[in-house]
Design a binder for this molecule. Structure first.
Ligand code: GAR
Length: 204
């Protein structure tokens, strides 16, 4: 059965691009990238979607009276495309409970830190400032907290003495581009089981 995917973005969309590439290469099978939704009109991710024939929708938070109203529009759009799995690929807002309940255990986020360390904005900067020697990224299911949902996959990278925020972030991003498609593949093959906080991988 095909899994319809909706991707929420706010920025450049390099993770989106990696997912598109993994679909086009056949690594991700029985998957349709149905819609890309951005809360930023000028997000380059929208262009990437259009180039690959994926519907790209801008939903303006400012033209909605409340966060709830804005998120109702997101849900309506996802439902219009009969989305089964929602991906937050550089989506820089915290989702409200209505979206999370509607897509319980079916929303994945990529975060540029080894959670539960360095939640929120600027994961690589926080890691550098703290002085950790190992940094990385996490794909997790989204719950109502910030970057707090059950962890699916993590990948670590070394922090070098001469790293800047940019060099560390780009080393992490390479890993993001690998583990996000891997997590999507496990999900679409029905190999992920969520048991409370714990995500188990099972082979069918
Ligand atoms: C990625 O590094 C992603 O992990 C991060 O934003 C970047 C988006 O890049 N997300 C967060 O910080 C969410 N808290 P992209 O638009 O090139 O995929």
């Amino acid at each position: 059965m095909t899994t319809n995917i909706g991707v929420l973005v706010s920025g450049s969309g390099s993770n989106l691009q990696s997912i598109i590439d993994h679909v086009e290469s056949g690594y991700l099978k029985d998957v349709k990238l149905s819609v890309v939704i951005s809360d930023k009109r000028d997000a380059y991710a929208l262009e990437r979607a259009k180039i690959h024939g994926i519907d790209a929708v801008f939903i303006d938070p400012r033209s909605h009276v409340s966060k709830m109203d804005f998120e109702k529009k997101i849900i309506e759009t996802l439902q219009l495309y009969t989305v089964d799995l929602v991906l937050l690929a550089g989506y820089m807002r915290i989702l409200g409970s209505e979206v999370i309940q509607t897509y319980k255990d079916r929303i994945m986020n990529i975060h540029p830190a080894l959670l539960p360390s360095f939640k929120g904005l600027h994961g690589p900067r926080q890691a550098l400032e703290y002085g950790v020697k190992v940094a990385g990224c996490t794909v997790h299911f989204v719950d109502e907290g910030m970057d707090s949902g059950p962890i699916i996959i993590q990948s670590s990278v070394p922090v070098k003495d001469d790293d800047t925020e940019n060099t560390l972030a780009s080393r992490i991003l390479e890993q993001e581009h690998r583990i996000f498609p891997e997590a999507i593949k496990l999900f679409t093959e029905g190999k992920l089981k969520v048991d409370g906080r714990i995500v188990l991988r099972r082979d069918k």
